[in-house]
Design a protein around this ligand. Sequence first.
Ligand code: ADP
Ligand code: MN
Ligand code: MN
Ligand code: MN
Length: 362
Amino acid sequence: MAGFYKAEYIWIDGTEPTAKLRSKTKIVPEGQAPPIWGFDGSSTNQAPGSNSDCVLQPVFVCPDPIRGGKHKLVLNEVLLTDMTPHKSNTRAACAETAKKYASFDMWFGIEQEYTFFEGSKPLGWPDNGFPAPQGPYYCGVGADEVFGREIVEAHTDACLAAGLAIAGTNGEVMPGQWEFQIGPIGPPAIGDHMWVARWLLYRIAEDFGVNATLDPKPVRGDWNGAGAHTNFSTKQMRASYEPCVEAAKALGTKAKLHIENYGHGIEGRLTGQHETASYKTFSYGVSDRGASVRIPWQVARDKKGYIEDRRPNANMDPYVVARLITDTVCSAASAKGGSKASTNGASKAKIPAKKKVAAKRR
Ligand code: ADP
Ligand code: MN
Ligand code: MN
Ligand code: MN
């Protein structure tokens, strides 16, 4: 009895300034891997009507926690019909950079903040006026402070069932706003898991009649925006402190490039208020939630670990952010001689690692 499974093909479209997720269903014979497929790019801002075919190339397949059973979610990258990456395909460049700097064994942990909306207002907000000011909502409990927990629980369970690297969730500072974390995992997997987790969030909220948005500043005024703090580490950072500080400094040398690629509307969120540093300046500091880049206190104490880039917007593309951070941090470390990390401390024993890093510099 040859059966079939439903493969939900997910891809990132060409909408500007912020791309959207799309998906459609393919019925695939059991035992067969999800094949290459296609779609009408003229309906997704990815092609002109006169030459509309775009290609879906599966890159990440996981169990479908919505349909359950044998059904699958299939994340794709978009190719042109000559099988080269479409210009909306940011994964291809991320994968290339990840490969170039594979010896650094980069890990990412992204904190995805988002806001539930019911109609035109955030979930739980009164029809007229505003809720009580911010203060009690972050990690709050109780029906007067928490809105949408049943959706968050369903989303977390779905991420786990899909095998995504979800690390935790919390209620945020603005009522109706939440966060989940993915990681730590390497590039480009961090982007694959994040995009599928986002798709699951929209899809599950849909069943509750609620819309989840990554709008970086969903309510103007004295309400927190939504970010995507990006924590990261190289092998060297996980072993000693100096590479953590060097990584923060390296980010400072390319601050403008990073800001320009950290999500549309970043100037509206990085105002210097609401636990942000202004987009016009760059700073880093231990435990400083008002800095662009934070070195967590445990990292300063343990003299090793990871750092947090607090600038990315909630609506950032994780492939772009992971590529830029990898490139900026690893190229600076390579230029310093790669040797620096390995000559530091008790490290005669690390000669093979040193050779490997040096080899990557070419
Ligand atoms: P915050 O205190 O900023 O709210 P969170 O607990 O929300 O921090 O998020 C921290 C993130 O850092 C998690 O996603 C976690 O997986 C990630 N993380 C922990 N260790 C590392 C590491 N060595 N490299 C990269 N990311 C890491
Ligand atoms: Mn967090
Ligand atoms: Mn947060
Ligand atoms: Mn954070």
